[in-house]
Write a protein that binds this ligand. Structure first.
Ligand SMILES: [Zn+2]
Length: 103
């Protein structure tokens, strides 16, 4: 996949188009990611005892990885990613400005 956990991405399609968030979890096998604040699903939870009062639970649902692009802080937009070797290390770089996107 072109993104992984911890990446800053922008959503390029769907109802959350244009939203920027951090990848909280990646599921390479399913080609899906969970992005902070994106694809919020609401679930009604029944009360489960005194410590779990129930109510409405909001949580991010996974979205397909093709719906996100890596976000470049310099370009302020989603960008295509290239792979380069710098100082003997394989890194992902922004194809637009050359900025290293791996922290
Ligand atoms: Zn860039």
């Amino acid at each position: 996949m072109h993104v992984k956990s911890g990446d800053k991405v922008v959503v390029i399609s769907g109802k959350d188009r244009g939203k920027i968030g951090k990848v909280m979890k990646a599921f390479p096998k399913q080609n899906r990611v969970i992005v902070e604040g994106v694809n919020i699903l609401t679930r009604h939870q029944r009360p489960m005892g005194p410590d779990r009062p129930g109510g409405i639970i909001k949580a991010e649902g996974p979205i397909h990885v093709s719906k996100v692009m890596l976000y470049c802080d310099k370009d302020k937009q989603g960008v295509r990613v290239g792979h380069e070797v710098r100082d003997g290390k394989k890194v992902r770089v922004c194809r637009k400005c050359g900025e290293i996107l791996d922290k």
